[in-house]
Design a protein around this ligand. Structure first.
Ligand code: HEM
Length: 459
């Protein structure tokens, strides 16, 4: 392993690569592993979501406890409850003895819910309750049991879209996605393809006791030209097939790759489909401006607020520095003070994670969720954006808040002192789960308390 080369060893396999994208994921894994927060890993099939989950478990305080995996897609619908919660003898035909469910089996460890998007909607409420209270009943038994479990979920589905279609509960989505980690498809981190291919080939050679096979320049080009819809899993399969079919001769990649990959048509599209598409098919002028603002803040933070010159934001964007500067002026984006709360928290990404976490907890709270009960998913996502913009602005971020003042936003909602206490509980839990440092934690808590009289009705 070289210093540039990130590799994760685990029983289940390894994650190998040199890309920035992978380094970023590993950083997120490291940050969240010890917190105990629920993690939602999303990405296409074959990208290695289970390896990420395994790594989080291994780096957590629960590493000595069990990591239990449930493939939610493969459990028969009518056995779901028994699988998760266990059953007692005689609970149903065929239940000849007591059985411990997966949640109980994961006590003291981690429960990995693979393909969580496949859980039938009628059971999602039960799972949500278990996530919230860590209590459950075995099928056929009245006794409520407790388990100390950390949840990690993974899905290749677009869960926000699933919630809009009524196939996935919004409150469960928010509860699961406390800390989302996106694993990009292999085509979006193509720098990893060659490293991965060499790694897989040397594993194949070691396992079979045959000589190691190299890759010719043309073969590397073919590997890079292919789209890899099945991601790392497909790369593994292709190389294994080629390896087996090549016998003792040079590697016959042509025997492993699908025919389309060997023609120039192999790369169907090079545009990553990562832009969030609005429901109506277009962005309004103000949404577009918001998108541009976020993009500019993103690139400026990546370039450490350097505008011109090598590695500056203008060259990263492919713009003239003067063009960038004039956009920043129009959008009123200014570099935040390094001493500001915004900078100390870690900038836009950290604020967005914070907002997503607390907003998710609030929405999943049975008391507070009534405030959003009649709102659409898109409406709720928009509110989360407003919340991020507000938090950025008041903590000294690069742009001013474009929305309403707090009093008029919350006037007439009837937010009671009990609601406020519940909100404070979620704030505390968020600060804890994201391991916010004591000084910043105090500032945020004090700031929220200062807003109480503007938000709570009878204060
Ligand atoms: C119990 C606590 C709270 C509840 C139940 C609550 C509820 C709501 C609801 C229902 C809205 C939408 C109002 C509308 O569209 O008419 C809203 C807007 C908003 N809330 Fe809260 N809120 C709470 C606390 C807070 C706190 C502490 C903050 C800031 C730190 C905050 C920031 C915002 C922002 C920025 C908006 C959008 C305002 C705009 O339209 O520009 N909320 N809140």
């Amino acid at each position: 392993m070289t210093t540039k080369h990130a590799a994760i060893d685990s029983d289940a396999g390894e994650i190998v690569g040199v890309s920035q994208a992978l380094a970023g994921i590993l950083e997120q894994v490291r940050a969240v592993a010890t917190t105990g927060a629920t993690v939602l890993i999303f990405g296409e099939t074959g990208v290695g979501k289970e390896l990420i989950a395994r790594r989080i478990h291994d780096e957590s305080r629960r590493c000595r406890g069990p990591m239990i995996t449930v493939n939610c897609a493969s459990i028969p619908r009518d056995l779901f409850e028994s699988e998760f919660f266990g059953h007692v003898r005689g609970a149903f035909t065929g239940a000849t003895r007591d059985r411990v469910g997966r949640i109980e089996a994961a006590d003291g460890g981690t429960l990995f819910l693979d393909e969580v998007g496949e859980i039938p909607v009628e059971l999602q409420g039960k799972l949500l309750r278990t996530l919230q209270h860590l209590s459950f009943e075995r099928v056929g038994e009245d006794r409520t049991r407790q388990a100390d479990v950390r949840f990690i979920a993974a899905t290749n589905r677009n869960l926000p879209q699933e919630t809009s279609a009524g196939r996935f509960r919004l409150d469960l989505y928010y509860r699961l996605s406390v800390f989302p980690i996106e694993v990009p498809p292999l085509r979006a981190r193509s720098e990893d393809i060659t490293t991965l291919a060499h790694h897989i080939l040397s594993q194949l050679a070691a396992r079979s006791g045959r000589a190691e096979r190299g890759l010719s320049a043309a073969q590397v080009r073919h590997l890079h030209a292919y789209e890899w819809p099945g991601n790392v899993r497909e790369l593994k399969n292709v190389l294994e097939r080629a390896f087996i079919l090549s016998g003792d001769g040079p590697l016959r990649l042509d025997l492993g790759l699908p025919a389309s990959a060997l023609s120039s048509a192999g790369r169907a599209s090079t545009i990553p489909e990562r832009l969030p598409m609005p429901a109506q098919g277009f962005f309004t002028a103000s949404e577009f401006e918001q998108l541009e603002r976020q993009n500019l803040i993103g690139v400026l933070e990546a370039a450490h607020w350097k505008i011109s010159g090598q590695g500056g934001a203008a060259s990263l964007l492919g713009l003239k520095p003067s063009t960038l500067s004039s956009r920043l002026k129009v959008l009123n984006i200014q570099q935040p003070e390094p001493a500001s709360l915004y900078s100390r928290l870690g900038g836009h990404k950290a604020i967005a994670t914070f907002a997503h976490d607390i907003f998710g907890r609030v929405l999943a709270d049975p008391l507070l969720s009534r405030f959003w009960a009649h709102r659409s998913t898109i409406g709720i996502l928009r509110e989360e954006q407003l919340f991020i913009a507000y938090l950025s602005s008041v903590s000294g971020g690069p742009a001013k808040y474009p929305g309403r003042d707090m009093k008029s936003a919350h006037r007439g909602l009837g937010i009671s002192p009990a609601d406020w206490e519940a909100f404070r509980g979620h704030l505390r839990a968020t600060l804890e789960s994201l391991a916010v440092a004591p000084r910043e934690r105090q500032e945020i808590t004090d700031f929220a308390q200062g807003l109480r009289s503007e938000i709570v009705s009878d204060a």
